[in-house]
Design a binder for this molecule. Sequence first.
Ligand SMILES: Cc1ncc(COP(=O)(O)O)c(C=O)c1O
Length: 407
Amino acid sequence: MPHLALLGGTPTRKQSFPQWPLQRPAQLAALQQVWESGKWGVGSPFIAEFEKRFAEFQQAQYALSICNGTASLMIALKACGVRAGDQVIIPAYTFIATASAVLMVNAVPVFVDIDPETYNIDPAQIEAAITPTTRAIMPVHIAGQPADLDAILEIARRHQLSVIEDAAQAHGAEWKGRRVGAIGNIGSFSFQSSKNLTAGEGGALVTDDKALIDLCFSYQNCGRVREGGWYEHRVLGGNFRLGAFQAALLTAQLSTIAEDMQRREQNAHYLDERLREIPGIKPLLVHPHVTRHARHLYIFRYDAEAFDGLPRERFIEALRAEGVPCHKGYTPLYREQLFVLDPRAYPWIEGINYRELHLPVTERAGNEEAVWITQPALLGVEKDVEDIVKAVAKVQQHVDGLLAKRE
Ligand SMILES: Cc1ncc(COP(=O)(O)O)c(C=O)c1O
């Protein structure tokens, strides 16, 4: 009788993990209030209320709501003075929006490798990527763990570059006791369906710089200025606003996010302790200056050698069959078709051939090593995460069966 579920055995777990979003009655009441107010869009007090509460939550002076986290990155880039042909340094291990936002403002993404222990941009490699046309560094707080902001800000200061934090995955995360977003010049968040704070779609910018947030307001709001008239347009902006229903849904979640964060942290800590006891499994490390990890993704590193050479994809298949929702995650961004197909598609990019790029840590993470469990699986009780540990241990113990099956 085979033991592994993939080979016909009984799965470690049959029940599903918690589903996201957690639907709470206060959210529905908030939506009803907006509906009753009849103020569903621009100028609605529900939008202003969310911006105030979100700025407070992220410990920033100012917040501006945006229609999504891709548009908010584009607006941040423009507000920081990134112009056509300027280079922006980003990590190669991230969601496509980090790179596409740079391309969409006609700037040039310059990929830098990641730290093998945290998967965040490796500050030691940033300096070598700086050229006379570099304008900004855009670290991503990957999986919800802040990037090394001390090192990044120090490099940025020396080279007079802006730091735009892509905090799409890092609501409430902290670097040395301070919440991310306004530690650099400006920070960008996403409230898309999978995110730890969600309205289905949505985004926000936070900063301590009044001039910068006012400029962002103009880009977000058809080029208007705060004190100007409705038909007065001073810069080239668009409509990148968030609606009042989404704003109210997000404000309601700001009352429960602390509780969710605590549960994720507790379960992630349990996984960190238990998974590292299994040969060939290494959870990512948390940098000692990270005082709060948002745990948007739980990522561990898989070493095929400790599994007698079983490829990661097959390991993931076996783990999924055991009832654990897991994925292989990102592939190196510069290998995406949009970067390799037609170099003439972006005529403003000169002197960079993405096809020749080779960043070993990103490639190992993306192609062989990373295994992701997304945040809803961390919202259950200890028994739920214990099942994850049991399932991983089971695959490790019975790996022979999978190898024999392949021959
Ligand atoms: C790192 C990162 N940056 C940017 C985004 C873009 O956000 P959105 O999907 O809201 O446009 C996302 C998420 O989707 C993300 O994970």
